[in-house]
Write a protein that binds this ligand. Structure first.
Ligand code: ROI
Length: 174
């Protein structure tokens, strides 16, 4: 049995949301390529993708601005099998992560997987930081405004609240 088959869910498709980010070596093009690569994942369909957003770095400021986006997929892969696929894509971009919260060529975060709540050494679902990050919530609001977050708020509502605390060019669609 291949790894993909081993990671196949027993029952139907799950909807999952993926956050994309890059701030090194042609980040716009990398995000476009990564979205195209998501379309080719096994047992997975890319359903929708946000525009790209330029965003100031959260964390150390002595690094380039990021380009972020969020994608929705429907998949028959299990959460860990999907994570394996995302990490393989990161490696294809020779992901470098020289320091914690430093610049990176490509970051693919599994944000939500259906309504799953998971605590696993490799994966926490929902992504623990997502509701605090404007570079996640603003693009997510574009494609999933009515989605309900684990804290009960709708994405659009949570994104509006975060946006109020932002400067005009902190996170902007490009
Ligand atoms: N900051 C922004 N704006 N976008 C990111 O994708 C991003 N990713 C990270 C850290 C370094 C926390 N900062 C970020 O991992």
């Amino acid at each position: 049995m291949s790894d993909v088959q081993a990671g196949e869910r027993g029952s139907g498709e799950a909807q999952a949301w993926i956050g994309l980010g890059s701030n090194l070596d042609g980040p716009h093009e990398r995000i476009v390529q990564a979205l195209a690569a998501l379309e080719r994942l096994p047992l997975t369909r890319l359903e929708s993708a946000s525009r790209r957003y330029a965003s100031r770095p959260v964390g150390p400021q002595d690094q380039p601005d990021f380009v972020n986006a969020v994608a929705a997929v429907r998949t028959r892969l299990s959460p860990l099998a999907l994570l394996d696929q995302l990490q393989a894509l990161e490696q294809q971009h020779r992901r470098v992560r020289e320091r914690h919260w430093g610049p990176r060529t490509l970051d693919l975060d599994l944000l939500l997987y259906a309504k799953e709540r998971w605590q696993h050494p490799r994966l926490t679902l929902p992504h623990p930081e997502m509701a605090r990050r404007a570079f996640v919530l603003l693009p997510l609001a574009e494609i999933a405004a009515t989605l309900v977050l684990p804290d009960g708020r709708r994405v659009a509502e949570a994104a509006d609240e975060l946006a109020m605390g932002l400067a005009a060019d902190d996170v902007r669609a490009v």
